[in-house]
Design a binder for this molecule. Structure first.
Ligand code: AMP
Length: 251
């Protein structure tokens, strides 16, 4: 099976993010960037599928600046076979990212595209769904369990939905997006890191894909959340109840 895994470079979720004073984005100086955690989970699951089958190919894709090479090399060190970097300087919204991925699907003909359910920078949660619509492929989002059929032509996916779990099945090719509880991603081993240096990382300028760099949705402004007010200690339960009533207006 050939699995295409789109991975996005995002700020480390452990990093304290500061918004630029002009509201055009976040301050990126001294910010560590990593593979989007949900993409890492999608990659881990794809590697497990390949290992269980004893054959196949896991191909990484990232769309962004040259700096995305770093995350692609990490993914190769985890065990992916090769990587494609679609190079663009400006921000791409999920619709444009999905258009680029649709072009790559046409070239690569994967059996499965395994994405993260969302990128933790913009929290869009759109790319997998848009890609499925563009390709007219079946999709299972928010996957917490993935079982490939014995014939390798179908898949059964357990999805995390409000209030429980839903199990769906479809014939491949198709789209899956990973949820948090699907697996625990591995760390890249030292031999993996050494091997990754020799693996193919192909760069393709965005213009070559024929997809416009003009975002369909423009980010107008980013604002930090209001500063949290300090807490207050109360002496009695009655005082707390009164405050909940008069100030918080919760009761
Ligand atoms: P989003 O719809 O932006 O929340 O992203 C959902 C998923 O789409 C991510 O977890 C990635 O798998 C994929 N994706 C989105 N943007 C990119 C990008 N620029 N490069 C590679 N993959 C992406």
């Amino acid at each position: 099976m050939k699995i295409l895994v789109p991975i996005k470079r995002v700020p480390d979720p452990q990093t304290n993010i500061a918004v630029r004073p002009d509201g055009t984005g976040i301050v990126t100086d001294n910010v560590k960037f990593v593979i989007n955690p949900f993409c890492e989970i999608a990659l881990e699951e794809s590697l497990r599928i390949k290992e269980a089958q004893g054959e196949g190919e896991v191909v990484l894709v990232s769309i962004g600046g040259k700096e995305c090479q770093e995350q692609l090399r990490t993914g190769l060190a985890m065990g992916a076979d090769r990587a494609i970097l679609v190079v663009t300087d400006g921000p791409l919204d999920p619709a444009r990212a999905a258009e680029v991925l649709a072009k790559l699907v046409a070239q690569e003909s994967p059996n499965l595209v395994f994405l993260g359910k969302q990128a933790i920078d913009d929290d869009a949660n759109q790319t997998g769904q848009l890609l499925a619509a563009m390709l007219d492929w079946p999709q299972a989002t928010f996957a917490s369990k993935v079982v490939i059929g014995d014939d390798k032509k179908s898949v059964t996916v357990t999805r995390e939905v409000d209030g429980g779990l839903e199990t769906v099945a479809f014939d491949l090719p198709g789209i899956i997006t990973s949820d948090l509880r699907l697996n625990e991603p591995r760390y890249a081993s030292l031999p993996g890191i050494m091997k990754a240096r020799k693996k193919e990382l192909k760069e393709v300028p965005l213009a070559e894909t024929g997809v416009s760099a003009e975002p369909k949705v423009k980010q107008v402004k980013i604002e930090p959340p209001p500063k949290r007010q300090g807490g207050r200690k109360v002496e009695t339960v009655q005082e707390l109840v009164n405050l909940l009533h008069t100030e918080a207006k919760l009761i």
